[in-house]
Design a protein around this ligand. Structure first.
Ligand code: NAP
Length: 273
């Protein structure tokens, strides 16, 4: 029985067991994927135990995505640049830390919009939290030439701009003023999520040919996406990013020949609750 799982604190909100459970079943693999609530003071002990118990790896979620780094004997370039690990592979007792959020972000858009040209114009990114760092990396890797970044706390945007040369920081209050000639607008803030205020932005200057991508997936169509749809823009929801980021972990732990598939059935399963 091949064993993998996810560690976080709390963990009940994680959708990863549902995703990996679906794939284990779909591909007929004898394996398990367990959600583990691990408080920070039990973190080191748990990591040692997982390796000793024969786990082939695990996902890492809040609040451990940085704490895991010193435990990794190997860090992929993605994990190094993003500064966080969400997927760990245990090979010969050594932890290999990876970050698959950038992969998930890019794959989702490429799948939903196969003709999307990342290099066709600048991008605007709203938010400078943990997810934004992975997305800036994904945009740079995809050849986006210029990225405008706006965040409520400007210092956090400036910190990211120091790490990503294509980024130009814009005041949060001026987020509606940089939309002219934009190819892609991405919301990485928590605004628009269930229980949060909607994101307020004036899309008047945004070209109808632009794509608007909201990584918030609850609700699936956020107020921002509804506004963008009305303007005639192509919209991309956040659920696919969550699904695609899970694929490399599954393949590495359970040894499938190809990456597992993101199917409409899986997407529906996740959206049900
Ligand atoms: P985070 O590190 O806590 O960052 C939160 C971001 O939202 C910060 O930029 C913060 O600005 C901004 N924000 C929060 N409240 C705000 C407000 N009232 N006004 C303006 N800005 C506000 O969170 P994260 O991990 O980056 O996640 C952000 C969102 O993305 C969450 O909704 C999460 O569920 C979603 N997400 C989706 C995926 C996916 O796979 N689809 C993956 C990761 C995250 P300040 O810096 O000023 O606080």
């Amino acid at each position: 029985m091949i064993k993998a799982g996810v560690i976080g604190y709390p963990i009940s909100q994680s959708k990863s067991p549902k995703i990996h459970g679906y794939w284990l079943n779909r591909y007929g693999i004898k394996g398990s994927y367990t959600a583990m609530a691990v408080p920070p003071d039990e973190f080191a002990h748990t990591i040692d135990k997982l390796a000793a118990d024969g786990f082939t790896g695990f996902n890492v979620t809040i609040p451990h995505k940085q704490a895991i780094i010193p435990f990794c004997g190997v860090l992929t370039p993605n994990a190094q640049k993003i500064g966080a690990v969400n997927t760990v592979f245990i090979r010969n007792g050594i932890l290999h830390g990876d970050n698959t959020d950038a992969f998930g972000f890019t794959q989702n858009l490429d799948e939903k919009q196969p003709n999307f040209d990342w290099t066709a114009g600048p991008a605007v990114v709203l938010g400078a939290g943990g997810a934004a760092r992975a997305i800036l990396y994904a945009l740079e890797q995809s050849g986006v030439s210029q990225i405008y970044l706006a965040n409520r706390t400007k210092a956090k945007a400036e910190e990211l701009a120091a790490a990503f040369p294509k980024v130009r920081v814009v005041d949060w209050e001026r987020r509606s003023d940089v939309l002219e000639n934009i190819n892609l607008l991405v919301n990485t803030t928590a605004l628009g999520m269930v229980g949060q205020e909607p994101l307020t932005i004036d899309l008047a200057a945004l070209p109808a040919a632009a794509t608007v991508y909201d990584i918030v997936y609850s609700p699936l169509i956020t107020p921002l996406l509804a506004q963008a749809k009305e303007k005639g823009c192509t919209v991309v929801t956040g659920i696919g990013m969550l699904l695609h980021q899970a694929r490399p972990g599954f393949q590495g732990w359970f040894g499938t020949k190809n990456l597992p598939e993101v199917t409409a059935e899986l997407e529906e399963l996740l959206l049900k609750n």
